[in-house]
Each structure stands twice: as C-alpha cells, then as structure tokens.
Ligand binder design. Structure first.
Ligand code: E4P
Length: 217
C-alpha cells in the first residue's frame, strides 16, 4: 500500500515529502478553505513539492456535469500530475466519462458503498475514494467497505486504484494495508503518530545514557 498525504497545508506536505514516505497528495474543498488561500495558488505550490498524483476537487458548488467537465479541464491544465476529484453523483459519473476519454485522470470521492465504487470504476475513474472514518462516525464499519471494494475489483479485474480516505488513526492504516487498499491518504498528524513507539524512545535514551557513561558527549 502506498501513501498520499491528505491535506492542503503546504508545511505538512513538505514534512511528509521530506520523510520520503508519500507519493501523492489529496485535497478537498474543506481542506483548501482551511488554508484560506486561492485554490490555484495552493495547488501550484503543492505540485512544486510532490512529484506524484495531486488531487484537486471541482468547486463544491458545481453540481452539473458540464460545469465539472469545464473545471476538470482547468484543473488538469495546472500541471501534468493533476487528478480531478469529482463527487460520486450521476452528474459526476458523466463528467468522469468525458474527462477519462480526454486522458484526464479522475478521483471519484465521497464513496460510501461498493455499488458507488463499482459504478465509478466503470465510468472510467482512475481512483475511487471510499471514506472509512465518516462511516465509522455513523456506526457503520468503514473497513468492511474497503474490504468489499478490494474483493470486487479483484474479482472483476478492475484496474481503478482504491484510495482509502477519511483515515483517522494508525489502526485504520494497518487495516487498510491488510485489506489490500492500493493507497491510503492520511493526514500528516496520523503519519507522525505512525512513526512513534515508546520502546523506540526508551531505546534511544538508553543508548545515549550508555554511550555518555563511557565516552562522554
Ligand atoms: C479524501 O480524499 C478526503 O479528503 C478526506 O480523506 C476526508 O477525511 P475526513 O472524513 O477526515 O474529513
């Protein structure tokens, strides 16, 4: 399983990229709004940091296929690594079909059922993003959805990649990897949590103490 970082915060993207662990970035309208900066400006900065797929979403207020297609073309023109994020609706699927035929990569987002994932894949989506944390939030096991989509795509030989999204903690990450998700898009805070283990910290302290006792600083 590969990692994308799920944020529009440039400092966090730099930190994750410097660790060498991510190969892409996902953003969404809420994450862009949180930064309070112009969409194109933020996206251009992100493309200058990470050399991999960068998902930029069509405007949250654009709900018709024609509008999404127009915006999708504009997003794709920002940089060759751009992936157009499209919401999982009938209009969204129509937009995916057209953009895919033009060679523009898409990421169908807000996927909450296996049927939605299957439809998105058949419409030509490059990626589907099932949101596991938001399902957990309403007491529906999000991991079950990831596992089911992995199974269906495998049985049907579907090449659309599965991005496990709405990942909230390190256990989600392990479960996504075991389930066979192609990618997990993870907030920087969770990537940082994943680096930590109390025994690692204790080990470093003991090595330092033992070394200092004999050799000094
Ligand atoms: C995915 O692409 C979304 O940006 C993201 O994972 C949503 O996560 P949230 O449910 O924690 O907002």
């Amino acid at each position: 399983m590969k990692f994308f970082v799920d944020t529009a915060k440039v400092e966090d993207i730099k930190k994750a990229n410097d660790m060498g662990i991510i190969c892409g970035v996902t953003t969404n309208p809420s994450l862009i709004a949180k930064e309070g900066r112009d969409f194109v400006e933020v996206i251009k900065e992100i493309t200058s940091i990470v050399d991999g797929p960068i998902s930029g979403e069509v405007k949250a207020t654009t709900i018709d296929a024609d509008g999404m297609i127009k915006e999708g073309r504009e997003i794709a023109a920002i940089h060759p690594n751009m992936v157009v994020k499209i919401p999982m609706t009938v209009e969204g699927l129509k937009a995916v079909k057209v953009l895919n035929a033009e060679g523009i990569k898409t990421n169908v987002t807000l996927v909450f059922s296996a049927n939605q994932a299957l439809l998105a894949a058949r419409a030509g989506a490059t990626y589907v993003s099932p949101f596991l944390g938001r399902l957990d939030d309403i007491s529906q096991p999000g991991m079950d959805l990831i596992r089911t989509i992995v199974d269906i795509f495998s049985i049907s030989g579907i090449e659309t990649e599965i991005i496990a999204a709405s990942v909230r903690n390190p256990i989600h990450v392990i479960d996504c990897a075991l389930a066979g998700a192609d990618i997990a898009t993870v907030p920087y805070s969770v990537l940082e949590q994943m680096t930590k283990h109390p025994l690692t910290d204790q080990g470093i302290e003991k090595f330092q103490a033992d070394y200092r006792a004999v050799f000094g600083e």
